[in-house]
Design a protein around this ligand. Structure first.
Ligand code: CA
Length: 369
């Protein structure tokens, strides 16, 4: 490079650098503005860690679809890379990872965080609690989501309902359950509040990781297990090794999933991207539910028609006793935690209020068809 070329290069580089500074200054002044609605010049790349095994049917797939929709709706301005549990952080550390800002977002079920905040359980679904439709009504129109946000605020997180397992199933048993006494001494793989309830009934709640349930049931290490619903249960192969498949899922009448985002990162987004996250999560509630309901009916029919399994309801006596034990467990939780008391007050009042409408609109219709 001769002298003239060098001077020319320096001149061009200076102009480029000045132009660059001007663009940066422009972005900075814009990002400092409050309530920026849209900014086509700034792209965001987020990571979302999930509590699901990689490519887990419906739940993990739904998280992936949610990320893709956010990217498409934002014309690529918010790109979210999704990681299965253990790919970036262990499944049950996703809450902390997002809370501390190591990653921007997570996808999970709030009841996994009961150890950090007992009231978190109410937002996924509770034994003998509201069904899916009633729960969404409480969350979006009955003050539930505001309480959920209040609960996550100290963790620097904002939760969004984002997907659903729908109503689950009662579980697979190798012994017929004719009375509450038949649960005595049974070893049942059942986590969460449901596990506490069956312990009250004299059973032993066992925690088996997903990958070990089949072998444990086959070898008699456990006598029964609950998992999700007919589709996921079929994929697990339980119909090959258990004789009875009970309904309903008294312990999980719905299963609200969540996307949670780091509050600081969320606040850095222009308003339109914030709204896109909110709306894409609402769409995920519908999409995942539609998909799982379709798969569950297909696979329930398959189990009834093709497998040597008796599909039956829990006897009334068992159902009613479990309901009493559930109320005792919930009383215990709200007696020991102020936020649980506050959330349950709102939840149970809504459940009572909506019951007569649900009965006239849904239950009676169900009976007539
Ligand atoms: Ca379950």
């Amino acid at each position: 490079m001769n002298k003239i070329e060098r001077r020319d290069f320096i001149k061009k580089a200076s102009i480029a650098s000045l132009a660059g500074s001007a663009i940066l200054a422009g972005c900075e002044s814009k990002s400092k503005e409050k309530n920026v609605y849209i900014n086509f010049k700034k792209n965001f790349e987020w990571k979302m860690v999930t509590a699901w095994p990689p490519r887990f049917p419906i739940l993990g797939e739904g998280a992936q679809k949610l990320a893709e929709q956010i990217e498409q709706m934002s014309a690529g301005r918010l790109k979210i890379t999704v990681y299965g549990g253990g790919e970036l952080v262990p499944a049950l550390e996703s809450f902390d990872a997002v809370s501390l800002g190591a990653v921007e977002a997570g996808h999970s079920a709030s009841y996994y965080w009961a150890g950090k905040a007992p009231a978190a359980q109410f937002f996924t679904g509770i034994p003998f609690g509201m069904n899916t439709l009633q729960t969404y009504s409480w969350l979006y129109s009955g003050g539930g989501l505001e309480l959920w946000r209040e609960l996550y605020e100290p963790f620097n997180l904002i939760p969004f309902p984002a997907g659903n397992t729908g109503a689950q199933m009662g579980g697979w048993f190798n012994k017929e359950i004719n009375s509450i006494d038949d649960l005595q001494g049974l070893k049942i793989r059942q986590p969460g509040l449901g596990g506490k309830v069956i312990t009250e009934a004299g059973a032993q709640a066992i925690l088996s990781p997903g990958g070990e349930i089949y072998t444990n049931l086959e070898r008699g290490v456990i006598d029964a297990t609950e998992w999700i619903g007919p589709y996921h249960d079929y994929l697990m192969g339980f119909h090959k090794i258990a004789k009875y498949y009970y309904y309903p899922a008294w312990h999980e009448p719905t299963g609200v999933l969540e996307m949670f985002v780091n509050k600081d990162q969320f606040e850095k987004l222009p308003k339109d991207l914030q709204l896109i996250i909110d709306q894409a999560c609402r769409a995920a509630n519908l999409d995942m539910l539609a998909e799982i309901e379709k798969k569950n009916q297909e696979y329930l029919n398959k189990i009834i028609d093709e497998e040597d399994v008796e599909v039956k309801p829990f006897p009334n006596e068992v159902f009613n006793k479990l309901k009493i034990y559930s109320a005792e467990i919930l009383d215990d939780i709200i007696a020991n935690d102020e936020m649980s008391r506050k959330v349950y007050k709102s939840y149970s009042a809504y459940q009572k209020k909506i019951a007569s409408w649900s009965k006239s609109a849904d239950s009676n219709y169900g009976i007539s068809i």
